[in-house]
Write a protein that binds this ligand. Structure first.
Ligand code: CO
Length: 509
């Protein structure tokens, strides 16, 4: 490599490192706000967050970075850079040109409007009145559309909506998502019909025995220990705290999860902890050589979700896992000692046509996502507008899910995403499930015995396959390329559909 190119590259990495370190500090005070902060400290905290975000923006968009990028990319030494160096340059360039292309005024107006809209949403949802929300939503949508149009030029996507998707699932096109989701839906709907017509819906009484929160905390520790996510030892890199909505926060050496305990619904926290531990393991296992470099991040929201859903569902709702885990659970929580494995497995895999995404099961979950995807696509494509959104929502729920929406709070206003300015995010949830199905197939080919190992609480081989094939590549590839490398196959919803068909066959449906 030419010396001057190497020099510029090192300088570029040094500058980027500062932004990444600052980002970890921002993440930590955000975590504190959700978990530990006294209730009356909101104003002080928002000042701190605003200042950090301003500093972060300044640090990642100075003209020096533009100059360094220019020098590196036009120098003869560029072609001598290796795959890793080229990827770092690509990722820094991508984020830099996107950030400098959005006018500062638009960015700050969007941030303000997001806060206003999300607060109005909370009130409108409580009053079940979409009309209260509509004017603020229109403003936020218009600003997001302006940003999407600018990003479309920069990212060279076909539509503004595709530019938004790229923020969560790099390089994914609407054409590909539409085709994939159509196939997914064609596989899921007959399965859902079959399960619903079987007329033997499981009893879930066993899941609602009261389990004291202190005991549920012990259960969480047992789960994270079993999964190999250390939240308790003197050398731990993780911890568990409690919030209204569970989440994962952090990276590298400090990755934390939260959960919520309900005395009369102990499996709620169990599945949250399984889910968030999947996210945490991914963050902890990125290649340590690449820490504080852009390439040392995670690949996409969909790949992240594939890891959480893999541990939550493919592992965590399997019979094999519970063969080993239920007796341990019953030792800690004697109140559920009488529940049989069969009863438990049927209860945690109950399927129901539902209105609420976050309470839905493995089969219907993706239909919730497909509805949101199609509405976003049509909204940004100009086929429907903000006024027509509730009716379009209700029609899709009747058609795809077979349920009648009685009010907009259980309909179009149920999720925070659209009212917090998150457009293009939803597809990643279903893509995560699809990836997890492909990962399940690839894993089973290499380790045909992995499910049997679960019965002994042994996740070692499973964990090391995921670590090597999904976590370790970090952000070296875009998501579709990562899946292709890890599984040998292109994006395909069939393995996920097949996994569910097999599971519900075995459950007797
Ligand atoms: Co998640």
């Amino acid at each position: 490599m030419e010396n001057s190119t190497k020099y510029s590259y090192m300088e570029l990495l040094e500058k980027t490192k500062d932004s990444i370190v600052l980002g970890t500090a921002q993440g930590l005070i955000h975590w504190d706000m959700e978990t530990m902060m006294p209730p009356n400290a909101v104003e002080q905290r928002s000042l701190q967050l605003e200042l950090l975000s301003k500093i972060g923006h300044q640090m990642s968009t100075p003209p020096e970075i533009g100059k360094l990028l220019q020098q590196i990319q036009t120098s003869p030494g560029y072609s001598e850079l290796g795959e890793v160096e080229k990827r770092n340059v690509y990722l820094i360039n991508k984020s830099y040109i996107e950030q400098v292309s959005l006018p500062e005024k638009l960015v700050s107006e969007m941030a303000k409007q997001e806060t206003i809209t999300v607060n109005t949403w909370k009130k409108a949802k409580a009053k079940k009145d979409y009309n209260l929300l509509k004017p603020e939503l229109k403003k936020l949508f218009d600003l997001s559309m302006q940003a999407a149009e600018i990003l479309m030029e920069i990212k060279q996507t076909k539509t503004p909506y595709e530019a938004l998707i790229d923020q969560f699932e790099p390089k994914m096109t609407t054409q590909k998502i539409t085709d994939t989701f159509d196939k997914l839906q064609a596989g899921l709907r007959p399965l859902l019909d079959r399960i619903q017509e079987a007329n033997k819906q499981p009893d879930t009484k066993a899941l609602h025995q009261p389990v004291p929160i202190e005991i549920q905390r012990q259960i969480s520790q047992l789960i994270t220990r079993t999964l190999g996510y250390d939240t308790a030892s003197p050398t731990a890199n993780g911890r568990i705290d409690e919030t209204e909505h569970p989440f994962t926060s952090g990276s590298y050496q400090d990755v934390r999860i939260t959960t919520h305990y309900y005395v009369n619904d102990y499996t709620n926290s169990i599945f949250s902890v399984l889910h968030e531990s999947g996210h945490a393991l991914y963050e902890l296992n990125v290649n340590p050589k690449w820490r504080y470099q852009p390439i040392g991040g995670t690949c996409s929201y969909g790949i992240h979700e594939s890891q959480s859903r893999f541990y939550e569902n493919i592992v965590g709702r399997s019979k094999e896992f519970w063969m080993g885990f239920l007796p341990k659970l019953q030792e800690i929580a004697p109140v559920i000692a009488k529940v049989s494995l069969d009863e438990f497995i049927h209860a945690v895999n109950r399927v129901e046509r539902s209105k609420i995404r976050i309470a839905s099961d493995e089969v219907t979950y993706n239909l919730h996502i497909i509805i949101r995807y199609e509405l976003e696509r049509d909204l940004f494509g100009g086929k429907i507008n903000v006024d027509e959104l509730p009716q379009a929502w209700n029609e899709k729920y009747a058609k795809y899910m077979g349920v009648k929406i009685d009010n907009d709070s259980e309909g179009v206003m149920q999720d925070t995403h659209w009212y917090s300015g998150l457009y293009g995010y939803f597809p990643s949830y279903a893509l995560g499930n699809i990836y997890s199905g492909q990962i399940n197939n690839a894993l089973t080919e290499v380790l045909p015995n992995w499910r049997n190992q679960l019965t002994q609480g042994n996740l070692r081989e499973l964990n090391s396959w995921l670590k090597e094939n999904i976590h370790h590549p970090s952000d070296l590839y875009d998501p579709e390329d990562l899946i292709k490398k890890a599984t040998g196959k292109n994006l395909d919803p069939q393995p996920f559909v097949q996994y569910l068909q097999n599971k519900y066959n075995e459950l007797g449906f």
